[in-house]
Design a protein around this ligand. Structure first.
Ligand SMILES: NC(=O)c1ccc[n+]([C@@H]2O[C@H](COP(=O)([O-])OP(=O)(O)OC[C@H]3O[C@@H](n4cnc5c(N)ncnc54)[C@H](O)[C@@H]3O)[C@@H](O)[C@H]2O)c1
Length: 217
């Protein structure tokens, strides 16, 4: 049973929302009461996803966005503010990658992967955090990571650089912005519950720093 009030009054931006996980998240966010701004390079898929939401009584708009272009991410934030007044949650989810061994990859393919699947996460997070700070509001920066954030697998080097980087990004934003903002990455998948020891240590340390900042504020 969906709690249709859980995300009431929350404005949520999600990239890569025209298909797959991004589209499913956008639909669910709207079902739970959020006002959703969907972004994607795929205009037909993005418009269709937004229409699916609005025709079922939800609130959503689509903004055609190439996340590798910073001006288009700025425009995405602006559209969300113009339509819904603010942003509370920014979900980085869009991705591309090449899946072949490092000795077959070109630098151009690697750069392309980084621009879309890591650099855009950093820039989107940055402008969303700045917006939250301006409003002196609490918010959430969410990233879709992967089980590939933790393991090595043949043909995944470019993808794994981005997914590993996303976890580090989430941790650093958490520390930079505590206690005002929370930053999550969804990298844990059923069956892979045991995380490397070092990660537990980082999380423990981050929690301690956050607690101290909260006490001091
Ligand atoms: N599918 C899986 O098994 C799986 C597992 C772990 C993590 N993930 C992660 O989930 C996220 C979504 O993956 P998915 O499987 O739903 O993929 P998908 O291909 O269905 O969705 C990716 C979306 O990103 C969009 N996109 C690509 N380049 C873009 C750009 N430059 N600007 C804007 N949008 C762009 C695509 O048009 C597409 O709609 C990704 O971050 C992926 O790494 C997926």
């Amino acid at each position: 049973m969906v709690d249709t009030t859980r995300l009431r009054d929350k404005v949520m931006v999600i990239t890569g929302a025209a298909s797959g996980i991004g589209r499913a998240c956008a639909v669910r966010y709207a079902q739970e009461g959020a006002q959703v701004v969907l972004a994607d390079l795929n205009a037909d898929g993005g418009e269709a996803a937004a229409k699916e939401i609005t025709s079922n009584g939800g609130q959503a708009v689509f903004q055609h966005t190439d996340v590798s272009v910073t001006a288009q991410l700025d425009a995405l934030l602006k559209r969300a503010i113009d339509v819904y007044g603010q942003v509370d949650v920014w979900h980085n989810n869009a991705f591309t990658s090449v899946f072949k061994p490092i000795y077959e990859q070109t630098l151009e393919e690697f750069d392309d992967t980084i621009r879309i699947s890591l650099r855009a996460y950093w820039y989107g997070s940055k402008i969303a955090v700045e917006h939250l700070m301006e409003r002196e509001a609490k918010g959430v920066i969410l990233h879709t990571a992967s089980v590939q954030s933790y393991f090595g697998e043949r043909g995944f080097s470019a993808y794994q650089v981005t997914k590993g980087g996303i976890l580090s990004l989430a941790r650093s934003i958490g520390v930079d912005c505590a206690p005002k903002s929370r930053s999550y990455s969804s990298g844990r998948i059923k069956g892979y519950k045991k995380l490397p020891r070092s990660r537990h240590q980082v999380i423990k340390k981050t929690k301690k720093v956050n607690k101290e900042k909260l006490k001091a504020s």
